[in-house]
Write a protein that binds this ligand. Structure first.
Ligand code: NDP
Length: 411
């Protein structure tokens, strides 16, 4: 890919995300644009059959108009592509506000879109701070839709601001996703999925599998294996190809993650590994941290940490596991690890989460809808569902008989 290396370098240097990870995300960006380019001329209206034989009724999707795209710092380009690709395919124009911490890839991508022949003015980038520039977009009467990814608190204020003009919104917000490991799980696969779920991106992902719910018979052995692997994670510079976990994005996030760990300790959690700053490294690094003895009411079991911190809880029965998993105001994702085909579908059906992964974690496709229940968001991104979010539906009625109607009758 011609510009992949440059975009990945910009992304890694801006956000602290691993260069390897950023490169993988750039390939996703290309896939998303490819998918929506293909969908653009296939997303159509329909002819509606009614009981009125002299009427032709059909619908047409109409671009919603100007779309304000507001994205955070954890995966700026990919999360922007999730919005810009379907919005362009629907025929909308776009104003992007990247996070003030990570604005470079939205700007660099704009250069590429100009080069591609996209009409001038179809894609615009405005940089600046959220409360000033973001708020100016969400409250602007000329913006017809806001597509936002970020924290739940900011998402709610974005929604309120947009509602003053009935601006359409989709919100992709926080999470406290549970990974449930049953006694009949393939343990090696589960360990990989748990590590991936919580330590990729230094835990700064909305779908981080930040709660581990494990059957009591496996608890001690699984925790000790996870601790052994967490201690071996290579922490370092995000642009070093050997690094497995980089720093968090900035000092604010660093302080917040360490503060959440301190609160967990005060509330009675046991630090099995990590819990602080790795020695000998300069930067906003946090050790991969595993906490046991977590109770459902603790802050670390309820609030998004957005860092490499895994909160472990035990369960005895399937019902208990489901109740623990659903004991959250969020509902973005969940992972289920079991080799019992009946159980995995039964549990998936009972979980209140927008995405449930069975014996895998963090699988994506542009074709698969993504979004949250509860305080994890509003609406869906990706798939055909995303096209609906960037279109209004127009219904057209055509009189076919050439006759006139009694003006005082509604039939
Ligand atoms: P925010 O949700 O505040 O920021 C996300 C985006 O919204 C950024 O572009 C930000 O701009 C913008 N923004 C901020 N305030 C407003 C506003 N009033 N109106 C419109 N746009 C606004 O996330 P933070 O960066 O402040 O992170 C705070 C916490 O949120 C993190 O500690 C983490 O826990 C969580 N988070 C969750 C994410 C997720 O995907 N679930 C993603 C990022 C953070 P700017 O950055 O320039 O201020």
């Amino acid at each position: 890919m011609r510009d992949g290396e440059r975009l990945a370098q910009l992304e890694a240097r801006d956000s602290g995300r691993l260069l390897n990870d950023a490169k993988a995300q750039i390939t996703f960006v290309a896939e998303w644009f490819n998918y929506y380019a293909g969908l653009a001329d296939k997303y159509t209206g329909e002819t509606i059959s009614t009981d009125q034989k002299d009427m032709l009724v059909y619908t047409e999707p109409v671009p919603v108009g100007v779309v304000g795209v507001i994205v955070p710092w954890n995966a700026p380009l990919l999360l922007m592509a999730w919005k810009v690709a379907p919005a362009l395919a629907a025929g909308c124009t776009i104003v992007v506000k990247p996070s003030d911490y990570t604005p470079t890839t939205a700007l660099a991508f704009g250069e590429l879109l100009s080069e591609s022949g996209l009409p001038k003015g179809a894609y615009n980038v405005v940089t600046g701070f959220g409360p000033a520039v973001g708020q100016a977009i969400t409250a602007h009467p000329g913006v017809n839709k806001v597509a936002f990814t970020g924290s739940t608190a900011t998402g709610i204020s974005v929604g309120k601001s947009a509602m003053t003009n009935l601006t359409r919104v989709t919100l992709e917000l926080g999470g406290k996703s549970a990974q449930i490991v049953f006694e009949d799980a393939d343990i090696e696969a589960a360990i990989n999925g748990i590590m991936n779920g919580i330590f990729i991106g230094t835990g700064q992902t909305c779908i981080a599998g930040s709660r581990l719910l494990v059957h009591e018979s496996l608890h001690d052995s699984l925790v000790s294996e996870l601790v052994a692997r967490a201690r071996k994670i290579r922490i370092g510079s995000p642009v070093d190809s050997m690094t497995q976990m980089g720093p968090v994005v900035n000092k604010i996030q660093h302080d917040k993650v360490l503060d959440r760990i301190e609160t967990a300790k005060l509330e009675g959690a046991t630090v099995e590994c990590g819990g602080g700053v790795p020695p000998g490294l300069e930067g906003w690094f946090v050790e991969p941290t595993i906490l046991t003895g977590v109770r459902p009411e603790m802050e670390v079991a309820q609030e998004e940490v957005f860092g490499p911190v895994l909160a472990v809880m035990k369960f005895r029965t399937e019902d208990e596991a489901i109740a623990l998993a659903n004991n959250t105001k969020y509902g973005l994702a969940a992972g289920v690890w079991s080799q019992n085909v009946h159980r995995v579908h039964r549990v998936a059906r009972s979980l209140r989460a927008g995405t449930v992964w069975i014996n895998t974690y963090r699988a994506y496709s542009p074709a698969a809808p993504f979004g949250g229940f509860g305080l994890s968001g509003l609406g869906r991104e990706n798939g055909i569902e995303a096209m609906r979010a960037y279109c209004e539906t127009k219904t057209v009625w055509v009189e076919l008989a050439g006759s006139t109607r009694d003006p005082f009758s509604i039939r």
